[in-house]
Design a protein around this ligand. Structure first.
Ligand code: ATP
Ligand code: MG
Length: 565
C-alpha cells in the first residue's frame, strides 16, 4: 500500500518547543522529561490527543539528550477513579503511536511523600489544620476586590497542628470536620494563594492503596510534587492552570523536592459540534444516548478508533493545529479533512451499494459468469487488482438512475449509457415500477466489446458507476454516522447539550457489498468507491458470518454544502 500522508513538521517551532530548545542550548537541563498526567476518571478524548502528541512528541524529537515522557496516572481522588479507565488510557496512548517504556507512574504511589511534605510545611509554620466548615471558609475567602479574612485557626501552635493532622490521618475525624491548609497570603490578589486546602478527609477505598489512607491531597498540592519527584523538566498543562502557577511554584519552593520543574500553559483543544468534558461524556454514556465510551460518534480516542480514524491522521491534525496561548474553537471539518486525506492515500477501493436498485442485463444469458479485474487503488499500481464476478443481475445505487434525467446527468436513464466500473458499458432498455410507483427494476443490455475501457463510436458514455453482483454479493449492516450534535457549540445551547443531539447521527442500513468484504477482519478499512471510507466494526463485525461496516467519513463534506460554502 502507498505511504500514508507524510508527517509534516511545521517549519517554525511552537513557543513551548522554543523554550525547551532554548533551555537545552543554555545548558539549563541535561535532558528533557515531560509527562502526560491523565486522571483515570474517564476515557481519553481528542483533546487529550493534543496533549499526548505534544508531550510524547517533544520526547521523540529530542533523542540527542535521551528525552523521555512519563505516563502518569494522576489518581489522587479515590472517588471517581476506576481500573477500567487506567487500561483504556494505556490502550489509547499506544494506539496513538507512543511508548512510555519503563516510565509508567501512579501518583497514588507517592501518598507517603505528599504526607511527609505536608508535615514539613506544618513544621515550617506554613500549614495549619482548619476546623471551620467549607461554607465558613468560602465566606472568609474574600474576592477580587476584597482581601480574605484570617481563619481563627490560622495561628494554632505548631504542635497542635501536628497532633491534629496525625489524628486526621488516623481516621479520628469525619469527612469535612477539618482540612489542612497552606498558610500563604489571605490578601493575595491571586485567590489561589489565599491559604488553599491541601489535604482533606475522605473515608473512601482507593483502587491502588485500598483503605491505607483516609486523607487525600488536593490536585494543586499533589501535582507539582509529582512532577518534582519524577524530575520533570517541563510540566505542560492547559491555560486554566495559568493562575495556579504561583501556587505550583510555592509548593516547589517550600517542600523538600529534588528538582524544580517549570509549568508552561497552552490552549486546550475545543472542536466545533463536539463536547469534550469528561463529565458530559460520562453522562452521554451512562444515560444511554450513545452505545458506550467507544461509540463511533464520540470524540473519545476509542470512539474515533472504532469509527476508523487512522492514528496517523489524528497525529497529523494535532501537529497542524499547533500549540498556542489562545483558546479558540477548531472546526471539526479540519479533523475530518485530515482523516479523508490520509485514507485517500492509504485505503484500498472496494464496491458497495448502499441504496440498492436491481439491474437485469438482459443480453447476458442466465448462468453466465464473467470475470472482471479492477485495480485496488487508482493511483497506486502497487496495490494490485482483484477479480470480481459479473452475472446477469447486479445492484446499482438508486440515485445513479433517473427516469427523466436532466441534460447534465451522465449516469443511467431510459436509453442512456453508463459504464459499470471496470466492466462493460450498459444501455438502459426499460424499467419497472412497483405498486407505489417506485422504480424497482432496471432492464439493460451490455454493449459487446466494451469490457475494460473501450467506447464504441457514436456512444455517449461519460460516467462510470459502482455496482455489486447480485448473485455473489453479500448483505452487510452499514452504519452511517454523522455528527452527534446538530449545532456548532453544543455546550452553549440554551437547553443544554442534550437538547441538541442530532437525531440523525446514526442511520443503520442493509447494503450490498462485494463478496470479499464479508470475509475481512475487524478493523479492515477501505473506500467504498464513490461513497466514502468505511471500516469493518471492531466489536460486532464477524468475518464470514456477519459483516458490519462503519462509515468513517463521507467522500465529501456534506456539512460544508449545507452551510452554503
Ligand atoms: P476534566 O474533564 O475532569 O477536567 P481533564 O480533561 O483535565 O479532566 P485530565 O485527565 O486531567 O483530564 O487530563 C490529562 C491531561 O490532558 C492534562 O494535562 C490536561 O491538561 C490535558 N487535556 C485535557 N483536555 C485537553 C484538551 N481539550 N486539550 C488539550 N489538552 C487537554
Ligand atoms: Mg484535569
Amino acid at each position: 500500500m502507498a505511504d500514508p500522508a507524510p508527517n509534516i513538521l511545521p517549519a517554525k517551532l511552537d513557543f513551548i518547543r522554543e523554550i525547551i530548545a532554548g533551555d537545552l542550548a543554555a545548558g539549563k537541563h541535561a535532558t528533557v522529561i515531560t509527562r502526560f498526567p491523565p486522571e483515570p476518571n474517564g476515557y481519553l478524548h481528542i483533546g487529550h490527543a493534543k496533549s499526548i502528541c505534544l508531550n510524547f512528541g517533544i520526547a521523540q524529537e529530542n533523542p540527542q539528550v535521551a528525552a523521555k515522557c512519563h505516563l502518569r496516572f494522576d489518581d489522587t481522588n479515590p472517588e471517581k477513579e476506576e481500573v477500567e479507565y487506567v487500561e483504556s488510557i494505556k490502550t489509547d496512548v499506544k494506539w496513538l503511536g507512543f511508548e512510555w517504556g519503563g516510565d509508567l507512574y501512579f501518583a497514588s504511589d507517592y501518598f507517603q511523600f505528599f504526607h511527609d511534605c505536608a508535615v514539613h510545611l506544618i513544621k515550617a509554620g506554613k500549614a495549619y489544620v482548619e476546623q471551620q466548615s467549607a461554607e465558613e471558609m468560602r465566606a472568609c475567602r474574600g474576592n477580587l476586590t476584597q482581601p480574605g479574612i484570617h481563619s481563627p485557626y490560622r495561628e494554632r501552635p505548631l504542635e497542635e497542628n501536628l497532633d491534629l493532622f496525625a489524628r486526621m490521618r488516623a481516621g479520628e475525624f469525619k469527612e469535612g470536620d477539618c482540612v489542612l491548609r497552606a498558610k500563604i497570603d489571605m490578601a493575595s490578589p491571586n485567590l489561589n494563594m489565599r491559604d488553599p486546602v491541601i489535604y482533606r478527609i475522605l473515608h473512601a477505598e482507593h483502587h491502588n492503596t485500598g483503605s491505607a489512607w483516609c486523607i487525600y491531597p488536593m490536585y494543586d498540592f499533589a501535582h507539582p510534587l509529582e512532577d518534582a519527584l519524577e524530575h520533570i523538566t517541563h510540566s505542560l498543562c492547559t491555560l486554566e492552570f495559568e493562575n495556579h502557577r504561583p501556587l505550583y511554584d510555592w509548593f516547589i519552593d517550600n517542600c523538600p523536592v529534588p528538582c524544580k520543574p517549570r509549568q508552561i500553559e497552552f490552549a486546550r483543544l475545543s472542536l466545533s459540534y463536539t463536547i469534550m468534558s469528561k463529565r458530559k461524556l460520562l453522562q452521554l454514556v451512562q444515560e444511554g444516548h450513545v452505545s458506550g465510551w467507544d461509540d463511533p460518534r464520540l470524540p473519545t480516542i476509542s470512539g474515533i478508533r472504532r469509527r476508523g480514524y487512522p492514528a496517523a491522521a489524528v497525529r497529523h491534525f494535532c501537529k497542524r493545529i499547533g500549540i498556542t496561548k489562545f483558546n479558540g474553537t477548531t472546526d471539526v471539518a479540519l479533523l475530518e479533512f485530515d482523516v479523508r486525506d490520509y485514507l485517500n492515500t492509504s485505503s484500498p477501493r472496494r464496491m458497495a451499494v448502499l441504496d440498492p436498485l436491481k439491474v437485469v442485463l438482459e443480453n447476458l444469458p442466465a448462468g453466465t459468469v464473467e470475470e472482471v479485474e479492477i485495480p485496488n487503488h487508482p493511483q497506486d499500481p502497487d496495490a494490485g487488482a482483484r477479480k470480481l464476478a459479473l452475472t446477469r443481475e447486479i445492484w446499482i445505487e438508486r440515485d445513479d438512475f433517473m427516469e427523466d434525467p436532466p441534460k447534465k446527468f451522465y449516469r443511467l436513464g431510459p436509453d442512456r449509457h453508463v459504464r459499470l466500473r471496470g466492466a462493460h458499458i450498459i444501455r438502459c432498455t426499460g424499467y419497472d415500477k412497483d405498486a407505489d410507483g417506485k422504480v424497482c427494476l432496471i432492464r439493460a443490455e451490455v454493449l459487446p466489446g466494451t469490457m475494460g475501457a473501450s467506447t464504441p463510436e457514436g456512444v455517449e458514455c461519460r460516467a462510470a458507476i459502482h455496482w455489486v453482483d447480485a448473485t455473489h454479493g453479500r448483505d452487510a449492516e452499514v452504519r452511517i454516522y454523522d455528527r452527534l450534535f446538530s449545532v456548532e457549540d453544543p455546550d452553549g445551547a440554551d437547553g443544554g447539550f442534550l437538547s441538541v443531539i442530532n437525531p440523525d447521527s446514526l442511520t443503520t442500513i442493509t447494503a450490498k457489498i462485494e463478496p470479499s468484504l464479508a470475509g475481512e477482519a475487524p478493523g479492515f478499512t477501505c473506500q467504498f468507491e464513490r461513497v466514502g471510507y468505511f471500516v469493518a466494526d471492531s466489536v460486532e463485525h464477524q468475518a464470514g458470518s456477519r459483516p458490519v461496516f462503519n462509515r468513517t467519513v463521507a467522500l465529501r463534506d456534506s456539512w460544508a454544502k449545507k452551510a452554503g460554502q
